[in-house]
Design a protein around this ligand. Structure first.
Ligand code: GDP
Length: 297
């Protein structure tokens, strides 16, 4: 299960302070030290850890805790709130254009789960939001990606625009969006190419695609299992493309949690969805407060 180690350590730390009728500065110091170690061990970015621990230390010796009748529980509330804030406070919704179709461009490295997530998101939009989405297969460098999206489209009985692997991806997305307009789709989801590493050619091509269709939402798909690498990748994409949100995939795996807890603070981009398995319906809207409560038990 994701966050297992982190959850265990934080819960153990919190249970020590929970019942305390009085919380001394030494208690706070000890708690902060343990929280710091737990976060570092969960592969959370060290700058993020430092800021986080400073915040809870400050708040835990502040009046809201010291003057409370249940200071131990108040400390836990502080940690819970700060964890929630760290992941973005509130649910962040998918963009919706004033004039349909809303163009959503999916970007990310190969293997991050981009193609699967495009299909999952289309399914989510139709089932949960009563939308009529269309998919566009523009990952021309991984031939299997186009077949994969076509297969998923068939399974879902959802239209997939594709022009094979020889077409120019910029033309594909442009024509795909035109077709979505002509056919009155309210969302059009573009599956773009990824590579094994971020490189200039990839970024240039994605920029051209983005300039051509001016997406309302650029969703960066990152694999939560890759920890701080995911955060570095996110930083690079975010610096070069108009990223507007993140999808964290493979949160069902035994990720330590570093990516989920660092990405928002490092990139200032909200996590909008979480991939919770390989199946088409295993995509969830990301709720920071629920995730924080899951970690703190
Ligand atoms: P792409 O290269 O970025 O398009 O990646 P794919 O969509 O082909 O996904 C790569 C692998 O990750 C596939 O085996 C997917 O089934 C798997 N995958 C994608 N999302 C998730 C997820 O949320 N959980 C799990 N366990 N596997 C996922």
């Amino acid at each position: 299960m994701a966050f297992e180690g982190l959850a265990e350590r934080l819960q153990a730390t919190m249970s020590k302070i929970k019942g305390k009728g009085k919380v001394s500065e030494a208690d706070v110091k000890e708690m902060a030290r343990e929280v710091r170690l737990a976060l570092l061990e969960a592969d959370v970015n060290f700058k993020v850890v430092k800021q986080f621990v400073n915040r809870i230390r400050e708040r835990a010796v502040g009046q809201e805790v010291m003057k409370s009748l249940t200071p131990g529980q108040q400390v836990i509330k502080v940690v819970n709130e700060e964890l929630t804030d760290l992941m973005g406070k509130e649910e962040s919704k998918l963009a919706q254009a004033d004039k349909a179709p809303t163009v959503v461009m999916m970007v990310g490295l190969q293997g991050s789960g981009k193609t699967t997530t495009a299909a999952k998101l289309a399914n989510h939009l139709r089932k949960e939001k009563n939308r009529n989405p269309m998919l566009v297969a523009a990952d021309v460098y991984r031939p299997a990606a186009i077949d994969q999206l076509n297969t998923l489209g068939k399974q879902l009985d959802m239209p997939v625009f594709s022009k094979g692997t020889d077409a120019n991806p910029v033309d594909i997305v442009r024509e795909g969006v035109e077709q979505a307009k002509a056919e009155n789709h309210d969302y059009v989801l573009l599956d773009t190419a990824g590579r094994l590493h971020v490189d200039e050619a990839l970024m240039e091509e994605l920029q051209k695609m983005s300039d051509a269709v001016e997406p309302h939402e650029v969703l960066l798909v990152v694999d939560a299992m890759t920890g701080q690498d995911a955060v570095n990748v996110a930083e690079q994409f975010n610096a070069q493309l108009p990223v507007s949100g993140v999808v964290l995939t493979k949160l069902d795996g035994d990720t330590r949690g570093g990516a989920a807890l660092s990405i928002r603070a490092v990139t200032d981009q909200p996590i909008k969805f979480a991939g919770m398995g390989e199946k088409i319906d295993q995509l969830e809207t990301f709720h920071p407060e629920r995730m924080a409560s899951r970690i703190l038990g």
